[in-house]
Design a protein around this ligand. Structure first.
Ligand code: ATP
Ligand code: MG
Length: 383
């Protein structure tokens, strides 16, 4: 890349700060986002004086998701190996789309959820964020710092960056953020604190250059670029400085340059101690290298959850060596995909990888992050 290009790219990146090392406590409790409205200078050293919220470890355990009418004994303990579909007496089919998945993401980590089409990525993200679960039956546990989480609790401490955000195209970037700050930020904050936070966020997300540009309406008003729009979505979510951020396909529709830029923004957020989860489609090698942790899904099961840099070794260990000079992300997705015409063979490979993962040290590590024993709660939803 040319020097000028690199300079421009750096200008787009958020301000570099010394990365804060993760300081979570697996047994810590959830503190509300604003712990002290009287504190003048936040722990973050932020000019707005807004106190920094507690870091978040988010864990999920033995989660199963079905679509369709109630199946089997309906207690959520069906054997994930026993086939995913059951036909009831009245002919209705119940299909299991997530099978006993467990996982954890900790402060300071950028976790990428990857897998072939239909693997269950969106279902997992929806389940983790309590979104679009209307027709699904979900069983299992979800916890923040060891405390079982409710939808309201999650909403108060997390942000969700949608794949397609809706903006008012006739507002400028700054006007949009001012509006968001007025409606979204905590009611105890003063107008001045909100405006300072808006300016901080504009700077952090590299939106200074386009702060006074109209967002635009495709085909009618030329506005900011696709990458800037994506960063604006993040900006709206990080105004409240939430410590847990979910992003669904944050790079889709962007060129490779902008895609990398957006993932670098996520990485930067993680390096400040936030907990970041995103789903992603076929990232380039450079983007893949930015992920701390990788969650591979296949056929509704966890095929791998561990350090991204160890995934190639894991696949080699279960008989699937990644060819030299091959993008590891492409290799994992291809290995875990069910190819039309060779379903049986592919399913064998997938079962082998998932079974190997279930017995691995990575899977054991995930089991450490469980709901506090004194408040252990088996949650069964029928929403
Ligand atoms: N509401 C639903 N009704 C029926 N089947 C569903 C429903 N939601 C998900 N599925 C099925 O569950 C499986 C997983 O779907 P999901 O959308 O989670 O996959 P994905 O990994 O996000 O795929 P993609 O990469 O194509 O977005 C698919 O086979 C899908 O058809
Ligand atoms: Mg999806």
């Amino acid at each position: 890349m040319s020097d000028a290009g690199e300079e421009e790219r750096q200008a787009l990146l958020p301000r570099k700060e010394k990365p804060s090392k993760s300081s979570y406590s697996a047994t810590g409790s959830i503190n509300p986002v604003f712990t002290s409205s009287t504190e003048k200078v936040g722990r973050s050293g932020s000019l707005s004086g807004i106190p920094k919220p507690e870091p978040i470890t988010y864990s999920w355990k033995n989660v199963n998701v079905w679509i369709g009418s109630e199946n089997g004994n309906g207690n959520g303990n069906e054997d994930p190996e026993s086939g995913c579909c059951k036909r009831r007496k009245n002919g209705a089919v119940s299909k299991q789309i997530l099978k006993n998945v467990s996982g954890v993401v900790r402060p300071g980590e950028l976790l990428a959820i990857m897998g072939a089409s239909g693997a269950g990525k969106t279902t997992l993200l929806n389940m983790l964020t309590f979104r679009n679960t209307g027709k699904l039956r979900v069983s299992g546990e979800r916890a923040i710092n060891g405390v079982p989480v409710t939808p309201d609790m999650l909403t108060s401490v997390s942000g969700y960056v949608q794949q397609e955000d809706l903006f008012i195209g006739t507002l400028t970037v700054r006007e949009h953020l001012v509006f968001q700050a007025l409606v979204k930020m905590h009611r105890h904050l003063t107008y001045k604190q909100r405006m300072i936070r808006v300016e901080e966020v504009i700077q952090e997300l590299g939106l200074t250059k386009c702060a006074d540009t109209l967002i635009g309406i495709p085909g009618r008003i030329k506005g900011i670029s696709g990458g800037e729009m994506k960063r604006l979505s993040f900006a709206s979510e990080v105004l409240t400085d939430c410590q847990l951020v979910f992003a669904d396909e944050p790079t889709s529709g962007l060129d490779s340059y902008m895609a990398q830029n957006v993932v670098e923004v996520l990485k930067e957020m993680a390096s400040k101690g936030k907990t970041i989860v995103c789903t992603i489609h076929q990232p380039a090698s450079e983007i893949y290298a930015l992920f701390d942790r990788l969650l591979l899904m296949s056929e509704g099961r966890t095929a791998y959850l561990g350090d991204a840099k160890n995934a190639v070794d894991f696949f080699r260990g279960c008989g699937n060596p990644c060819p030299v000079n091959f993008n590891p992300a492409d290799f994992f997705i291809q290995t875990l995909a069910i190819q039309p015409g060779s379903e049986e063979e592919c399913q064998k490979i997938v079962s082998n990888v998932c079974d190997t993962y279930d017995k691995s040290s990575e899977a054991q590590e995930v089991q450490v992050y469980q709901i506090k024993p004194d408040i252990l709660l088996e949650i069964f939803f029928f929403i």
